[in-house]
Design a protein around this ligand. Structure first.
Ligand code: ATP
Ligand code: MG
Length: 300
């Protein structure tokens, strides 16, 4: 389909299959809710509100991406959902129960490589299960399954320093999934990878997500990544900080790289770009230009 800039102003698709897909998603139970969530830092005159009034419902097995300018509180929101930070107001509910503190039902994958360097790949993946009291032989069997799932079965005895960045993040995903989370929270997990590895990891993650019954909350500042991965995209803003828009991604699944040039993808990206690059007032040039030429240069 040809991209028409006029009809693509609005990213919302009129296609019945898109409406049907979101009707199906909405018919699934809500797994994660935020109710009037607020986060302040500091006290007294130094107090700063990062975001407030954030309310949302995420359905089972949804893939949610979160975008927004640097400092708008994406990581803070992820940490609150993970139970690593506390909200200043409002609450987060997982399966209807208020979240407080970390728990195995919420897995986390960060941008930085967080594997334990003294444990093998398998040891890293087994770690949470063993700590939770599972018999080592059973934990080992499950760890192998997860490593096969992320395509690293052959590396079970390797140490993290022997792996590439992309492989480390695959182990981190296997480790998070091995604990059987209801939701996987990923904060810019591919941010440190080169473009090619990053694209491979995105495709991998979609494959895993199709096979595993898990909901994903994925923070990114990469608009292509958000458009490629998500069911819906949560846009956060600053001044005031909070939810700007919760966008239904009209691009059909399964996703392919050809769709990057399709009308839906481009319309969606355009919408995201409008959020990320707000209109800037261009002042008329009134100031004299600073002359760096020497007298006599006389260049035009
Ligand atoms: N523990 C803290 N104490 C004080 N301020 C904090 C703390 N943690 C975060 N902040 C502030 O909260 C704001 C949001 O930070 P956060 O890391 O959530 O933003 P972000 O959207 O993830 O940014 P980026 O895109 O750069 O990763 C920032 O202004 C940051 O300085
Ligand atoms: Mg962040």
């Amino acid at each position: 389909m040809q991209y028409d800039p006029l009809i693509s102003q609005d990213y919302r698709s009129q296609a019945p299959e898109v409406a049907a897909r979101f009707a199906r998603i909405r018919s699934r139970p809500v797994i994660l809710s935020a109710r009037n969530l607020k986060r302040n830092f500091g006290a007294g005159p130094e107090a700063r509100t990062i975001f407030e009034g954030v309310s949302l419902d995420i359905h089972r097995r949804e893939f949610i991406c979160v975008i927004g300018p640097s400092g708008c509180g994406k990581s803070t929101l992820a940490r609150i959902v993970a139970g690593l930070d506390e909200a200043s107001g409002g609450e987060v509910l997982l399966d209807g129960k208020a979240v407080s503190g970390p728990g195995p039902e919420r897995g986390m994958v960060f941008q930085g490589y967080t594997l334990f360097p003294w444990l093998t790949v398998k040891g890293n993946v087994m770690f949470g299960r063993e700590m939770g009291g599972q018999a080592p032989s059973e934990a080992e069997r499950e760890a192998r399954q997860w490593l096969d799932m992320v395509g690293l079965g052959k590396f079970e005895n390797a140490y993290p320093h022997e792996l590439s960045g992309g492989m480390k993040q695959r182990v981190a995903i296997a480790r998070a999934l091995a604990n059987g989370p209801r939701i996987l929270i990923m904060d810019e997990p591919f941010g440190a990878l080169d473009a090619q590895t990053r694209a491979q990891m995105q495709a991998y993650l979609l494959q895993i997500w199709r096979k595993v019954d898990v909901t994903i909350l994925f923070i990114t500042h990469d608009l292509d990544e958000a458009a490629y991965l998500s069911d819906r995209i949560l846009v956060l803003g600053t001044n005031p900080g909070g939810l700007v828009e919760f966008i239904e991604n009209p691009v059909s699944r399964p996703r392919t790289v050809e769709q990057f040039r399709g009308a839906e993808f481009l319309a969606l990206k355009r919408r995201l770009e409008e959020h990320i690059h707000p209109p800037v007032e261009v002042e008329e040039e009134r100031l004299p230009m600073v002359k760096l030429t020497l007298a006599g240069d006389e260049v035009e």
